[in-house]
Design a protein around this ligand. Sequence first.
Ligand code: ADP
Ligand code: MG
Length: 256
Amino acid sequence: MAKIFCIANQKGGVGKTTTTVNLAAGLAKVGQRVLVVDLDPQGNATMGSGIDKRALELSVYDVLLESSSVAEAKQHSAKAGYDVLGANRELAGAEVELVELERRERRLKAALAVVDKDYDFILIDCPPSLSMLTLNGLCCAHGVIVPMQCEYFALEGLSDLVNTIKQVHANLNADLQIIGLLRVMFDPRITLQNQVSDQLKGHFGDKVFDTVIPRNVRLAEAPSYGLPGVVFDPSSKGAQAFVEFAREMVRRIAAM
Ligand code: ADP
Ligand code: MG
């Protein structure tokens, strides 16, 4: 049975997609079978996994509207080492179209249930909003991974997400929990970042992952080559941190 995780944070540019594709590549590297679901109409996780979003014949959009199965719509990225259920701009329309439909927040859950046995991990890259698309992700997940930068307003921004997760937990998905907060783009030379990091640990205890992802230019360069940083430059500090994070996830899941 696959463990399903949403990578979510309603803020944009905090490292969701970078976390999704690099955790996926790290998990693949340590022998896990992984599916990445791109739930963001920007299609960055799709492109960053080496799949051209403009050339998709079928995408997560077709899966949400039930005109395709996951098995039909997914593609294998040989370079990245995992499968991708891609997205492109078409997905933006699903937001409106879903409102009219039955079981609108449970569409992805139903579709993923069919491929449950084919994967160890399913990672869902969420858009920067708490929209119907994100809700579809949260409805099928066992947990949420929250990437965040250790900046001044970091804790404040978290409360909306924590409340949404509580509501989904109460009303739609009793399995849902925060698996952990992942400190990303971390620069240990910046005093404020260390302070916020300590605050986070004070508030959230062991919900803060042990692994810290450093700010590393190789992670930022990798998407323009259509590769996760873990594959693009395995010896870089950023890649090594994500492989370590993949190991930490495997350990945490075993203990869940
Ligand atoms: P989101 O999906 O939350 O919008 P992204 O993963 O696209 O965020 O990251 C935003 C930007 O920051 C991208 O340009 C990405 O390459 C860069 N970035 C993300 N993580 C790191 C990191 N650890 N070090 C350096 N740059 C990073
Ligand atoms: Mg993104």
